[in-house]
Design a binder for this molecule. Structure first.
Ligand SMILES: [Zn+2]
Length: 292
């Protein structure tokens, strides 16, 4: 009997597949992997149920998106966990992730952690202007937790954040039944055999799944390989409505006079840090494109 299932994890060709609230351990035919490429956590597959909790994957269903690092398919929400201090947010890294999400058609949100440590209004303002969902949380005081839980509900979510932002503490506040040791989820993923990092989706009920990812650094390479500097402006959604204000049709929004984006920044409609990130990434991508 053939069933449809969701890949939770895969190690050495053995996949954990969830289907109708049951877990199956499946192998896959080389034909499936050959034709469709690697099977990732988050992939939907058809498999033959052997009737003993094991099965055989017969095909990989089409993906709506996927990331190479972390290797997860069909992501509904990419969350960036950011603390107001200790460590202070490095806005450029956050913006690299929003660009990556936009490039892959993934919704993204900013979750502020440890909001009791310092004023968070800057982060809220910057990303509020960028039309991203921003939720302020404090795990210690249980503030904003319900809101984040609702945001994640029914979605395959990836949580990113620099080390020290309190991701594990936040996950524990969200889903106490996971009973994570601090740092455990990241370690689970970082472990894996032959230093190959495997990504695992944690089922949290009501169709919610969470994949945790360690740092930010791996994301950069993926970005740089895939984005043409000329299309970068399309990945800053708050730019759209102001581009009609540019004098030149081919305005790069980096240095021209009479640029609608620069004007919007001057008027406080677009966050200056976002424009700075745009320019920095634009020049980095441009210098890479030259050597392609
Ligand atoms: Zn412009």
């Amino acid at each position: 009997m053939e069933k449809e299932g969701l890949i939770l994890s895969g190690v050495n060709g053995l996949y954990t597949v969830e289907s109708e609230n049951q877990t199956f351990y499946c192998r896959s035919g080389t034909r499936v992997r050959k034709n469709d490429g690697k099977i990732l956590a988050g992939d939907r597959v058809l498999f033959r149920d052997n009737g003993d909790g094991q099965g055989f994957i017969t095909s990989l269903l089409p993906r709506k998106n996927f990331l190479v690092r972390p290797p997860v398919a069909n992501i509904d929400l990419l969350c960036m966990v950011v603390a107001p201090k200790d460590p202070a947010p490095y806005l450029y890294n956050i913006d690299l992730l929003t660009v990556l999400a936009e490039k892959n058609g993934i919704e993204c949100a900013i979750i502020i952690s440890k909001s009791d440590l310092a004023d968070c209004s800057d982060i809220s303002e910057i990303y509020g202007k960028s039309h991203y969902t921003v939720v302020k949380t404090c795990s210690k005081r249980n503030e904003g937790i319900e809101e984040v839980r609702n945001l994640l509900k029914g979605k395959i979510c990836v949580l990113c954040g620099a080390s020290g932002v309190g991701k594990s503490t936040l996950i524990n506040a969200l889903y106490p039944f996971l009973e994570l040791e601090t740092g455990e989820l990241s370690e689970k993923i970082a472990r894996g055999k032959n230093t190959t990092r495997t990504t695992e989706l944690f089922p949290l009920g009501e169709g919610t799944y969470l994949a945790d990812t360690p740092g930010f650094t791996a994301v950069n390479t993926e970005l740089y390989c895939e984005i043409d500097h000329k299309e970068l402006h399309n990945l800053f959604p708050e730019f759209f409505e102001h581009e009609s204000g540019c004098r030149y049709a081919d305005c790069t929004h980096t240095k021209e006079n009479e640029c609608g984006i620069a004007d919007a920044v001057a008027e406080g409609l677009i966050a200056e840090s976002r424009h700075e990130s745009f320019k920095k990434l634009y020049y980095e991508l441009k210098s890479i494109d030259r050597y392609k």
